[in-house]
Design a protein around this ligand. Structure first.
Ligand code: ADP
Ligand code: MG
Ligand code: ZN
Length: 500
């Protein structure tokens, strides 16, 4: 008999913070806009002897915001530690991090699994479709502050090092091994990204490595509560890589056990092209890093009042916004979740609502339908959408008040999304105004019925579904301008008349 296995997944998420300057010096942290490699550097971030680090207050604020948003307790007494290891991307030979006392700990994040988010991982991958939310809570073990490393570019026989990124503030968010499926891990990762973007502390850009994931994975017989040996997959730079690598690693470990073997604790990399995890090195234990207190930085004492003042800066976060949208606009949970997946999308929706006379539900279905389809097909981000809330609202209202049909509305929307313009003018130029003038529709119907005697016969013989097909012909003949309700009424009447 074959055993069933259950995956156990814990995620470590690295997120650069969006500060002006680096974590411990005044160099610009905006390294992706540096004119050249090794220009945003100084003695501190290149690790010259005797250079002294100074804490970045903004980074502490942003880390506190993240901790609070993830329901953590904020630790008032913070210390920094040196994590020692030798690698060419680490100029000092150690990374300043937090070890025993992270800035935030013991929080949680509620997720839906499967993920309700429109995640890029879904595109082209055979993940199960998102269903009704199956809520679960993932415990956030800790959030701590550290610094990013330099960037290595590997050439043929050598490597180049760019210190512009060295010392950029980095947050590490560590979960408990609470996730039991790849879908749950994806859902958690997607929601963390959304929250970081809501807070304005991280762009969520995974391609540039501004946000990156490490998946810790083990498998155990279903029903067991033991924690088995895990492996860690480093530097996953997309949701797609996270899901594919995790799924691969789960299968690999199951095979190891099935063949009577043991999983070895190790650090793995993900080979995107080959679709396999590859061993990089044996996993270090904490003692390998020789952590010791950072002697150049005094402990950081945060006071209650300051923490409270940061708490007041917290924006309305996705969960709260979802609940409000459900109540205020009478939306279903999945509908509200889609709209609140990005703050900018939620704002766009509410901007349209404030201008439009149409019901919120109508606006929601325009966004979730034709608008999202365009976004997905074009791969554009909301920031790059030129359609103003005002023009979108005008268009939706034209459909609501029956100036144009729903189908014509879709044509106008796609035109505006592609080339901009004004809904009224597009309707005029494309001659899309809806006609409920019965004479014009009647004429079209008569012609269709006399052109299609076989279909008329089928109807008369009792095949009522043929009405749908005939309606399609009417829509085509009238170029979508016929009011469908009026057309249907006239069509059925004309058909019935042929019984006589
Ligand atoms: P480290 O040795 O890196 O300090 P920990 O063991 O404390 O790590 O945990 C690192 C990550 O690994 C955490 O996200 C945690 O949830 C996850 N993890 C720990 N044990 C397991 C396990 N048996 N299976 C899967 N993930 C695990
Ligand atoms: Mg780790
Ligand atoms: Zn510097």
């Amino acid at each position: 008999m074959q055993l069933k296995y259950e995956p156990v997944i814990g995620l470590e998420i690295h997120a650069e913070l969006q500060t002006n300057s680096k974590m411990f010096c005044s160099c610009s942290a905006d390294y992706s806009n540096a004119p050249e490699p090794n220009t945003f550097i100084c003695p501190v971030c290149t690790g010259l002897p005797g250079a002294m680090p100074v804490l970045n207050k903004k980074a502490i604020e942003q880390a506190t915001l993240v901790g609070l948003a993830l329901n953590c307790s904020i630790n008032e007494f913070n210390t920094f530690a040196r994590k020692n290891y030798f690698y060419p991307d680490l100029p000092k030979g150690y990374q300043i991090s937090q070890y025993e006392l992270p800035i935030a700990s013991k929080g949680y994040l509620d997720i839906d699994s499967p993920s309700p988010y429109p995640s890029p991982a879904r595109r082209g991958d055979s993940l199960p479709p998102s269903g009704e939310g199956l809520g679960m809570r993932v415990v956030v073990r800790r959030v701590h502050i550290e610094e990013d490393t330099a960037k290595l570019s590997h050439e043929k026989n050598y490597a180049l090092v760019d210190f512009n990124r060295a010392g950029v503030p980095l947050l590490e968010i560590v979960s408990e091994p609470d996730m039991r499926s790849v879908e749950a891990a994806l859902s958690y990762a997607t929601k963390i990204r959304a929250i970081l973007r809501y807070l304005g502390v991280n762009s969520g850009d995974m391609e540039k490595g501004i946000l990156r994931f490490e998946a810790n994975i083990s498998v155990r017989p279903s029903g067991s509560s033991e924690f088995r040996t895990r492996t860690e997959i480093k530097n996953l730079n997309s949701f797609r890589a996270l899901t594919r690598a995790s799924a691969y690693e789960i299968e690999r470990q199951i095979k190891v056990y099935e063949n009577g073997g043991e999983v070895v604790q190790e650090t793995l990399g993900w080979d995107e092209a080959r679709g396999v995890t590859v061993s990089q090195r044996g996993k270090e234990d904490a003692h390998d890093y020789r952590y010791f207190p950072e002697p150049d930085l005094p402990p950081l004492q945060l006071d209650r009042a300051w923490i409270e003042s940061i708490k007041r800066q917290l924006p309305e976060l996705p969960d709260a916004k979802t609940r409000r949208f459900m109540e205020q606009y009478e939306l279903k949970r999945q509908e509200a979740i889609l709209l609140t997946s990005e703050k900018s999308l939620a704002d766009y929706f509410e901007d349209i609502i404030s201008i439009s006379k149409s019901p919120a539900k109508t606006i929601q279905s325009w966004i979730a339908g034709e608008f999202m389809r365009y976004m997905n097909d074009s791969g554009l981000a909301l920031e790059n959408i030129v359609l103003s809330a005002e023009k979108f609202a005008q268009l939706i209202d034209m459909v609501t008040d029956k100036t144009i049909s729903g189908n014509a509305g879709k044509i106008v929307l796609n035109e505006m999304l592609k080339n901009g313009g004004d809904p009224q003018e597009i309707v005029k130029a494309k001659n899309l105004a809806q006609v409920s003038d019965t004479g014009f529709i009647q004429e079209a119907i008569e012609k269709i019925l006399s052109d299609n005697p076989k279909e008329v016969e089928q109807f008369l013989a009792g095949k009522e579904t043929i009405v749908q097909w005939l309606m399609g012909q009417v829509a085509r003949a009238t170029k979508g301008k016929a009011d469908p309700n009026v057309a249907k009424e006239l069509l059925v009447k004309a058909l019935e008349e042929r019984r006589k």
